[in-house]
Ligand binder design. Structure first.
Ligand code: ATP
Ligand code: MG
Length: 400
């Protein structure tokens, strides 16, 4: 089947005024960068929808696959264009219907006559085209309400446009339309999912990872790079900051009693993240924390950890169950990377009985014997920064 055009429908229709123009502009840019290597693609947009044309059919097929990963698209449909004559429309209708499975299916023809000079009225057209389809596909049934196949024919001055398929888009908002944040990315299952959810909501990301060599290996670092690369397949490059954390963790183990060392570790991590956030011109910090999952994720713990900064900490998974998170991780392709068995800096130094209700005063008291400030400065300065460009994926899977 030859598809001449893709009709792209936007999400968040409630957006109005200048916000909407910005939304459309960002979406257009993001689509263009997702398809940058496809030379024959052209995009035109208006406030309500976007049209994509391709001279090359192979490129059209690739575009259809990639668009399913671009946030801000509600749905899209491949469109076949033909001359605005009854004969041409009938012939094209057969190709369009034939591109789908027809056994045990019902269908309906829907006509939109934008060119009012077209010499047939809507009812006549519906009958003519419907009867022609039935002659060619006698197995089809006709159904007016909720048919399996809805053949939509739009007649405009420059030709007739036929479509029957609606692909679900990734939903959400275009990346970059809701600012920039710093994601705390461990090698675990949760934080990549948290990053994905924020990207879906239009936030672009830098990521920060704490590594404690030689207690954590090169393989653990590679795993985090793979996770960041997978996230970048959703349409935005991710800059990864890797923080040397060994010295600080050893100091914490020496200075802070076992059952509070996890709280202090998190507090220092957050202070380092906050400085990197500022340098990356990000407004918020994102984590994969989920309430009650482990000792450091109780409300008491989160309160003691949060006390080091007034920067907004976004925790999109706070109310999600582990199984829900795993399900999403599988859909977005991070699960198989996350379950590789390489050690994380926090697991290695995890005490046997971390407090689930750490008292802020106590934590501050034990921390007061050490001067963390210069070590934090040093860790920020000595970080490695890796730019992970947008990863193209031609795998078609709807993520809604
Ligand atoms: P995850 O699956 O994301 O590792 P988790 O359930 O293992 O989460 P924790 O290890 O308690 O939970 O970590 C909570 C959050 O702290 C993580 O989701 C992540 O945002 C951040 N974090 C933990 N370890 C690191 C690390 N080494 N580097 C960067 N961020 C980290
Ligand atoms: Mg973890």
């Amino acid at each position: 089947m030859k598809w001449n055009e893709l009709l792209i429908r936007y999400g968040e229709l409630s957006l109005k005024g200048r916000n909407r123009n910005m939304f459309v502009r960002k979406l257009r840019n993001n689509i263009q960068s997702a398809l940058h290597d496809l030379r024959s693609i052209k995009l035109t947009s208006d406030r309500d929808r976007m049209f994509l044309t391709a001279n090359d059919q192979d490129e059209m097929e690739i575009a259809i696959k990639r668009l399913s990963h671009v946030f801000g698209i509600q749905s899209f449909s491949p469109v076949a264009k033909c001359e605005a004559t009854l004969e041409a429309i009938k012939e094209t209708a057969i190709h369009v219907i034939g591109s789908d499975e027809t056994a045990d299916k019902t269908f309906k023809v829907e006509i939109k006559r934008i060119d009012k000079s077209f010499p047939y009225v809507t009812g006549e057209l519906q009958q003519e085209i419907g009867a022609h389809v039935l002659r060619n596909f006698p197995e089809l049934g006709v159904k007016m309400k909720k048919p399996d196949i809805l053949l939509h024919v739009e007649i405009r001055q420059d030709g007739a446009y036929l479509t029957s398929k609606v692909y679900q888009g990734a939903g959400g908002m275009p990346i970059g339309s809701n600012g920039h944040s710093l994601l705390m990315l461990s090698g675990g299952i949760d934080s990549p999912v948290a990053g994905y959810l924020m990207m879906k909501r239009g936030v672009s990301l830098d990521a920060i990872h704490f590594a404690s060599p030689p207690f954590t290996s090169e393989m653990a670092k590679k795993k985090v790079m793979d996770l960041a690369t997978q996230l970048s397949s959703f349409g935005a490059s991710v800059k990864l900051h890797i923080i040397p954390f060994t010295e600080i963790q050893q100091m914490i183990v020496h200075q802070v009693p076992d059952n509070l060392s996890m709280t202090t570790t998190r507090r220092v991590m957050l202070q380092i993240a906050d400085q990197v956030r500022q340098e990356a011109e990000a407004l918020a910090i994102v984590t994969g924390e989920s309430l009650g999952q482990v000792a450091s994720q109780t409300l008491d713990s989160l309160t003691a950890i949060n006390a080091v900064t007034s920067t907004p900490i976004l925790r999109p998974l706070i109310a999600a169950d582990k199984l829900e998170i795993i399900d999403l991780a599988q859909k977005i392709g991070t699960y198989d990377i996350s379950i590789q068995p390489y050690e994380d800096c926090c697991t290695i130094f995890t005490p046997a009985n971390p407090k689930t209700k750490p008292k802020l005063q106590k934590v501050e008291y034990y921390e007061s014997f050490s001067d963390f400030e210069p070590m934090i400065e040093k860790a920020v300065q000595e970080r490695t920064v890796i730019e992970l460009p947008i990863q193209e994926t031609d795998e078609f899977e709807s993520l809604l």
